[in-house]
Design a protein around this ligand. Structure first.
Ligand code: DAH
Length: 343
Protein backbone atom coordinates (compact mmCIF):
# COMPACT_ATOMS: atom_id res chain seq x y z
CA UNK A 1 0.00 0.00 0.00
CA UNK A 2 2.71 2.48 1.03
CA UNK A 3 4.59 1.74 -2.11
CA UNK A 4 1.57 2.54 -4.27
CA UNK A 5 0.89 5.75 -2.39
CA UNK A 6 4.48 6.79 -2.96
CA UNK A 7 4.13 5.90 -6.61
CA UNK A 8 1.00 8.06 -6.87
CA UNK A 9 2.83 11.03 -5.35
CA UNK A 10 5.51 10.55 -7.97
CA UNK A 11 2.92 10.49 -10.73
CA UNK A 12 1.36 13.70 -9.43
CA UNK A 13 4.69 15.49 -9.62
CA UNK A 14 5.18 14.20 -13.13
CA UNK A 15 1.77 15.48 -14.19
CA UNK A 16 2.40 18.88 -12.58
CA UNK A 17 5.59 19.50 -14.50
CA UNK A 18 4.35 18.09 -17.77
CA UNK A 19 4.07 20.44 -20.68
CA UNK A 20 1.04 20.11 -22.94
CA UNK A 21 1.79 22.42 -25.84
CA UNK A 22 -0.65 21.37 -28.52
CA UNK A 23 -3.48 19.03 -29.45
CA UNK A 24 -1.05 16.20 -30.06
CA UNK A 25 0.43 16.48 -26.53
CA UNK A 26 -3.07 16.61 -25.14
CA UNK A 27 -4.12 13.39 -26.85
CA UNK A 28 -0.94 11.67 -25.78
CA UNK A 29 -1.64 12.73 -22.22
CA UNK A 30 -5.17 11.40 -22.39
CA UNK A 31 -4.04 8.02 -23.66
CA UNK A 32 -1.15 7.68 -21.23
CA UNK A 33 -3.01 8.76 -18.07
CA UNK A 34 -6.74 8.48 -18.65
CA UNK A 35 -7.09 5.90 -21.42
CA UNK A 36 -8.52 2.38 -20.91
CA UNK A 37 -4.97 1.08 -20.68
CA UNK A 38 -3.73 4.21 -18.98
CA UNK A 39 -1.99 4.67 -15.67
CA UNK A 40 -5.09 5.72 -13.70
CA UNK A 41 -7.00 2.62 -14.77
CA UNK A 42 -4.12 0.29 -14.04
CA UNK A 43 -3.65 1.78 -10.57
CA UNK A 44 -7.35 1.21 -9.93
CA UNK A 45 -6.67 -2.41 -10.75
CA UNK A 46 -4.30 -2.55 -7.80
CA UNK A 47 -7.31 -2.42 -5.48
CA UNK A 48 -7.55 -6.17 -5.48
CA UNK A 49 -4.04 -6.44 -4.03
CA UNK A 50 -4.68 -4.04 -1.16
CA UNK A 51 -5.42 -5.39 2.31
CA UNK A 52 -9.09 -5.23 3.28
CA UNK A 53 -8.53 -2.70 6.08
CA UNK A 54 -6.69 -0.36 3.64
CA UNK A 55 -9.21 -0.57 0.83
CA UNK A 56 -11.22 2.47 1.96
CA UNK A 57 -8.17 4.71 2.33
CA UNK A 58 -6.78 3.49 -0.97
CA UNK A 59 -10.11 4.21 -2.67
CA UNK A 60 -10.01 7.80 -1.42
CA UNK A 61 -6.42 8.32 -2.56
CA UNK A 62 -7.15 6.83 -5.95
CA UNK A 63 -10.24 8.98 -6.48
CA UNK A 64 -8.34 12.07 -5.62
CA UNK A 65 -5.56 11.10 -8.01
CA UNK A 66 -8.03 10.37 -10.78
CA UNK A 67 -9.63 13.81 -10.35
CA UNK A 68 -6.20 15.41 -10.32
CA UNK A 69 -5.22 13.73 -13.60
CA UNK A 70 -8.55 14.64 -15.17
CA UNK A 71 -8.50 18.26 -14.11
CA UNK A 72 -5.01 18.69 -15.58
CA UNK A 73 -6.48 17.39 -18.82
CA UNK A 74 -9.47 19.74 -18.63
CA UNK A 75 -7.45 22.89 -17.99
CA UNK A 76 -5.00 22.07 -20.76
CA UNK A 77 -7.89 21.49 -23.12
CA UNK A 78 -9.53 24.80 -22.18
CA UNK A 79 -6.31 26.69 -22.72
CA UNK A 80 -6.19 25.21 -26.19
CA UNK A 81 -3.22 23.07 -25.39
CA UNK A 82 -1.25 25.80 -23.65
CA UNK A 83 1.63 24.61 -21.54
CA UNK A 84 1.60 24.65 -17.81
CA UNK A 85 4.52 27.11 -17.80
CA UNK A 86 2.77 29.48 -20.14
CA UNK A 87 -0.31 29.39 -18.00
CA UNK A 88 1.48 30.11 -14.79
CA UNK A 89 3.40 33.05 -16.26
CA UNK A 90 0.25 34.38 -17.89
CA UNK A 91 -2.65 36.50 -16.77
CA UNK A 92 -3.97 36.49 -13.24
CA UNK A 93 -7.52 37.60 -13.83
CA UNK A 94 -8.06 38.23 -10.13
CA UNK A 95 -5.61 41.15 -10.07
CA UNK A 96 -7.05 44.69 -10.31
CA UNK A 97 -6.68 46.16 -13.81
CA UNK A 98 -4.11 48.77 -14.71
CA UNK A 99 -5.58 52.20 -15.31
CA UNK A 100 -5.26 53.43 -18.87
CA UNK A 101 -3.38 56.72 -18.90
CA UNK A 102 -5.86 59.55 -19.37
CA UNK A 103 -5.04 62.20 -21.97
CA UNK A 104 -5.47 65.89 -21.28
CA UNK A 105 -6.75 68.84 -23.27
CA UNK A 106 -4.29 71.13 -24.99
CA UNK A 107 -4.00 74.48 -23.16
CA UNK A 108 -5.08 76.29 -26.33
CA UNK A 109 -8.23 74.12 -26.47
CA UNK A 110 -8.93 74.83 -22.81
CA UNK A 111 -8.72 78.56 -23.44
CA UNK A 112 -10.78 78.35 -26.62
CA UNK A 113 -13.46 76.32 -24.86
CA UNK A 114 -13.63 78.87 -22.07
CA UNK A 115 -13.98 81.74 -24.55
CA UNK A 116 -16.63 79.92 -26.55
CA UNK A 117 -18.51 79.06 -23.40
CA UNK A 118 -18.65 82.70 -22.26
CA UNK A 119 -19.99 83.88 -25.61
CA UNK A 120 -22.43 80.97 -25.66
CA UNK A 121 -24.03 82.46 -22.56
CA UNK A 122 -24.83 85.56 -24.66
CA UNK A 123 -26.43 83.42 -27.34
CA UNK A 124 -23.46 83.08 -29.70
CA UNK A 125 -23.17 79.76 -31.48
CA UNK A 126 -20.01 78.33 -33.06
CA UNK A 127 -19.21 78.35 -36.80
CA UNK A 128 -16.28 76.83 -38.60
CA UNK A 129 -14.57 77.66 -41.89
CA UNK A 130 -11.69 76.61 -44.14
CA UNK A 131 -8.00 77.14 -43.35
CA UNK A 132 -7.10 76.94 -47.04
CA UNK A 133 -8.90 79.91 -48.47
CA UNK A 134 -9.28 81.92 -51.64
CA UNK A 135 -8.30 85.55 -51.98
CA UNK A 136 -11.91 86.69 -52.04
CA UNK A 137 -12.90 85.34 -48.64
CA UNK A 138 -9.65 86.19 -46.88
CA UNK A 139 -9.20 89.68 -48.37
CA UNK A 140 -11.39 91.10 -51.10
CA UNK A 141 -14.78 90.53 -49.52
CA UNK A 142 -13.43 91.99 -46.28
CA UNK A 143 -12.92 95.29 -48.07
CA UNK A 144 -9.26 94.66 -48.85
CA UNK A 145 -9.17 94.90 -52.64
CA UNK A 146 -6.01 93.97 -54.57
CA UNK A 147 -3.05 96.26 -53.86
CA UNK A 148 -4.68 97.47 -50.67
CA UNK A 149 -1.77 98.40 -48.38
CA UNK A 150 -3.35 96.59 -45.42
CA UNK A 151 -2.66 93.29 -47.18
CA UNK A 152 1.03 93.83 -46.49
CA UNK A 153 0.37 93.83 -42.76
CA UNK A 154 -0.37 90.16 -42.93
CA UNK A 155 2.48 88.13 -44.38
CA UNK A 156 0.51 85.63 -46.34
CA UNK A 157 1.43 82.07 -47.28
CA UNK A 158 0.24 81.55 -50.84
CA UNK A 159 -0.35 78.15 -52.42
CA UNK A 160 2.33 77.77 -55.11
CA UNK A 161 0.21 76.09 -57.75
CA UNK A 162 -2.47 78.76 -57.60
CA UNK A 163 -1.74 82.17 -56.06
CA UNK A 164 -5.46 82.80 -55.72
CA UNK A 165 -5.35 80.29 -52.86
CA UNK A 166 -3.68 80.89 -49.54
CA UNK A 167 -3.59 79.86 -45.91
CA UNK A 168 -6.00 82.14 -44.13
CA UNK A 169 -4.29 84.94 -42.25
CA UNK A 170 -7.19 85.45 -39.87
CA UNK A 171 -10.49 83.87 -38.90
CA UNK A 172 -12.37 86.81 -40.45
CA UNK A 173 -12.82 84.69 -43.60
CA UNK A 174 -15.49 82.70 -41.75
CA UNK A 175 -17.54 85.90 -41.37
CA UNK A 176 -17.86 86.01 -45.16
CA UNK A 177 -18.83 82.35 -45.50
CA UNK A 178 -21.50 82.77 -42.86
CA UNK A 179 -22.89 86.00 -44.31
CA UNK A 180 -23.03 84.42 -47.76
CA UNK A 181 -25.42 81.81 -46.43
CA UNK A 182 -27.97 84.61 -46.29
CA UNK A 183 -29.52 83.70 -42.96
CA UNK A 184 -30.02 86.61 -40.60
CA UNK A 185 -29.76 87.52 -37.79
CA UNK A 186 -26.30 86.07 -37.18
CA UNK A 187 -24.71 85.70 -33.77
CA UNK A 188 -21.64 83.50 -33.97
CA UNK A 189 -18.10 82.97 -32.73
CA UNK A 190 -15.56 81.36 -35.03
CA UNK A 191 -12.48 79.85 -33.40
CA UNK A 192 -9.68 78.43 -35.55
CA UNK A 193 -6.08 78.29 -36.68
CA UNK A 194 -4.49 80.99 -38.82
CA UNK A 195 -1.16 81.27 -40.63
CA UNK A 196 1.32 84.09 -41.21
CA UNK A 197 4.79 84.07 -42.65
CA UNK A 198 6.52 85.29 -39.52
CA UNK A 199 9.83 84.31 -37.99
CA UNK A 200 9.23 81.74 -35.30
CA UNK A 201 10.38 82.93 -31.87
CA UNK A 202 9.34 82.71 -28.23
CA UNK A 203 6.74 85.40 -28.88
CA UNK A 204 5.42 84.73 -32.37
CA UNK A 205 4.77 81.75 -34.59
CA UNK A 206 3.90 81.09 -38.22
CA UNK A 207 0.61 79.59 -37.10
CA UNK A 208 -1.57 80.49 -34.16
CA UNK A 209 -5.22 80.69 -33.14
CA UNK A 210 -7.92 83.31 -33.13
CA UNK A 211 -11.53 83.55 -32.18
CA UNK A 212 -13.72 85.76 -34.30
CA UNK A 213 -17.10 87.14 -33.29
CA UNK A 214 -19.94 88.42 -35.43
CA UNK A 215 -23.34 89.85 -34.63
CA UNK A 216 -25.64 91.12 -37.39
CA UNK A 217 -29.23 92.19 -36.92
CA UNK A 218 -31.36 95.28 -37.28
CA UNK A 219 -30.24 98.10 -35.00
CA UNK A 220 -27.02 96.60 -33.70
CA UNK A 221 -24.95 99.43 -32.26
CA UNK A 222 -21.46 100.13 -30.97
CA UNK A 223 -22.97 100.07 -27.46
CA UNK A 224 -23.94 96.42 -28.06
CA UNK A 225 -20.36 95.69 -29.08
CA UNK A 226 -18.97 97.30 -25.96
CA UNK A 227 -21.41 95.56 -23.64
CA UNK A 228 -20.66 92.20 -25.22
CA UNK A 229 -16.93 92.67 -24.80
CA UNK A 230 -17.28 94.05 -21.27
CA UNK A 231 -19.24 90.97 -20.34
CA UNK A 232 -16.58 88.79 -21.92
CA UNK A 233 -13.59 90.31 -20.12
CA UNK A 234 -15.37 90.36 -16.78
CA UNK A 235 -16.24 86.69 -17.07
CA UNK A 236 -12.77 85.89 -18.29
CA UNK A 237 -10.60 88.05 -16.04
CA UNK A 238 -12.82 89.08 -13.13
CA UNK A 239 -15.38 91.78 -12.41
CA UNK A 240 -12.89 94.50 -11.42
CA UNK A 241 -10.77 94.36 -14.54
CA UNK A 242 -9.91 97.76 -16.07
CA UNK A 243 -10.47 98.05 -19.83
CA UNK A 244 -10.05 100.70 -22.48
CA UNK A 245 -11.00 101.10 -26.12
CA UNK A 246 -8.57 102.76 -28.49
CA UNK A 247 -9.60 103.95 -31.94
CA UNK A 248 -7.92 101.84 -34.60
CA UNK A 249 -8.15 100.88 -38.24
CA UNK A 250 -9.34 97.68 -39.91
CA UNK A 251 -10.59 97.72 -43.49
CA UNK A 252 -13.58 95.54 -42.63
CA UNK A 253 -14.91 97.69 -39.77
CA UNK A 254 -15.87 101.35 -39.43
CA UNK A 255 -15.43 102.66 -36.83
CA UNK A 256 -12.73 100.29 -35.60
CA UNK A 257 -11.20 99.92 -32.18
CA UNK A 258 -8.77 97.87 -30.21
CA UNK A 259 -9.50 96.81 -26.69
CA UNK A 260 -6.91 96.67 -23.93
CA UNK A 261 -7.18 95.21 -20.45
CA UNK A 262 -5.00 96.21 -17.53
CA UNK A 263 -1.85 94.12 -17.40
CA UNK A 264 -2.65 91.03 -15.40
CA UNK A 265 0.88 90.78 -14.09
CA UNK A 266 1.54 94.30 -12.77
CA UNK A 267 -2.10 95.43 -12.55
CA UNK A 268 -1.34 98.59 -14.47
CA UNK A 269 1.91 99.59 -12.79
CA UNK A 270 4.04 98.75 -15.84
CA UNK A 271 6.26 95.71 -16.34
CA UNK A 272 8.13 93.87 -19.09
CA UNK A 273 5.06 91.88 -20.17
CA UNK A 274 3.06 95.06 -20.93
CA UNK A 275 6.18 96.91 -22.14
CA UNK A 276 5.77 99.37 -19.24
CA UNK A 277 2.40 100.59 -20.51
CA UNK A 278 0.26 98.87 -17.88
CA UNK A 279 -2.07 97.65 -20.65
CA UNK A 280 -2.40 94.50 -22.74
CA UNK A 281 -4.05 94.62 -26.12
CA UNK A 282 -6.45 91.71 -26.43
CA UNK A 283 -8.60 92.24 -29.51
CA UNK A 284 -9.60 94.23 -32.56
CA UNK A 285 -13.22 95.10 -33.21
CA UNK A 286 -15.64 97.47 -34.85
CA UNK A 287 -18.89 97.99 -36.69
CA UNK A 288 -18.98 95.94 -39.87
CA UNK A 289 -18.15 98.10 -42.88
CA UNK A 290 -21.19 98.52 -45.18
CA UNK A 291 -19.02 97.36 -48.11
CA UNK A 292 -18.50 94.02 -46.38
CA UNK A 293 -22.22 93.54 -45.86
CA UNK A 294 -22.89 94.42 -49.49
CA UNK A 295 -20.14 92.09 -50.73
CA UNK A 296 -22.13 89.31 -49.10
CA UNK A 297 -25.50 90.43 -50.42
CA UNK A 298 -26.75 91.92 -47.16
CA UNK A 299 -28.79 95.14 -47.21
CA UNK A 300 -26.55 97.55 -45.27
CA UNK A 301 -29.40 100.03 -44.90
CA UNK A 302 -31.49 97.52 -43.03
CA UNK A 303 -28.85 95.58 -41.15
CA UNK A 304 -25.88 96.59 -39.03
CA UNK A 305 -23.47 94.50 -37.10
CA UNK A 306 -20.29 94.29 -35.11
CA UNK A 307 -17.30 92.00 -35.36
CA UNK A 308 -14.27 91.30 -33.26
CA UNK A 309 -11.17 89.13 -33.50
CA UNK A 310 -8.98 87.96 -30.68
CA UNK A 311 -5.82 85.88 -30.41
CA UNK A 312 -5.92 82.77 -28.21
CA UNK A 313 -2.19 82.15 -27.66
CA UNK A 314 -1.40 85.29 -25.71
CA UNK A 315 -4.12 84.96 -23.06
CA UNK A 316 -3.14 81.30 -22.67
CA UNK A 317 0.52 82.22 -22.10
CA UNK A 318 -0.59 84.74 -19.49
CA UNK A 319 -3.07 82.43 -17.84
CA UNK A 320 -0.50 79.70 -17.22
CA UNK A 321 2.65 81.80 -16.98
CA UNK A 322 4.18 80.15 -20.06
CA UNK A 323 7.08 82.09 -21.54
CA UNK A 324 7.51 80.47 -24.97
CA UNK A 325 4.78 80.17 -27.60
CA UNK A 326 6.67 77.34 -29.35
CA UNK A 327 5.83 74.97 -26.50
CA UNK A 328 2.25 74.87 -27.78
CA UNK A 329 3.24 73.08 -30.97
CA UNK A 330 6.14 70.90 -29.88
CA UNK A 331 3.95 68.05 -28.67
CA UNK A 332 6.07 67.36 -25.61
CA UNK A 333 3.86 65.29 -23.32
CA UNK A 334 5.74 66.49 -20.25
CA UNK A 335 4.42 69.97 -21.10
CA UNK A 336 1.00 68.90 -22.33
CA UNK A 337 0.01 66.63 -19.45
CA UNK A 338 0.19 69.50 -16.97
CA UNK A 339 -3.11 70.94 -18.18
CA UNK A 340 -5.72 68.70 -16.68
CA UNK A 341 -8.78 70.76 -15.88
CA UNK A 342 -11.02 73.24 -17.63
CA UNK A 343 -10.27 76.92 -17.07
N1 DAH B 1 -8.69 90.06 -38.42
C1 DAH B 1 -7.98 90.94 -37.52
C2 DAH B 1 -6.55 90.44 -37.36
O1 DAH B 1 -6.30 89.29 -37.63
C3 DAH B 1 -8.65 90.98 -36.19
C4 DAH B 1 -9.99 91.65 -36.25
C5 DAH B 1 -10.09 93.00 -36.08
C6 DAH B 1 -11.11 90.92 -36.51
C7 DAH B 1 -11.32 93.65 -36.11
C8 DAH B 1 -12.35 91.53 -36.57
C9 DAH B 1 -12.43 92.91 -36.35
O2 DAH B 1 -13.48 90.87 -36.79
O3 DAH B 1 -13.64 93.52 -36.39
O4 DAH B 1 -5.71 91.17 -36.94
Amino acid sequence: MNQIVEQIEQYKKEIETLSIADAKDLEEYRIKWLGTKGIVKSLMGEMKNVAVEDKKAFGLIMNEFKQFAESRYDTAKEAGGATQEKKSSGIDSSLPGENLPLGSRHPISLMRNKMVEIFARLGFSVADGPEIEDDFHNFTALNLPEHHPARDMQDTFYIQQNPDWLLRTHTSNVQIHEMEKGKLPLRIVMPGRVYRNETVSARSHCFFHQIEGLYIDENVSFADLKQTLYFFVQEMYGKNIQVRFRPSYFPFTEPSAEMDIECLLCRGAGCSVCKRTGWLEILGCGMIHPNVLQNCGIDSEKYTGFAFGMGIERPTLQKYGISDIRLFSENDVRFLKQFTSAI
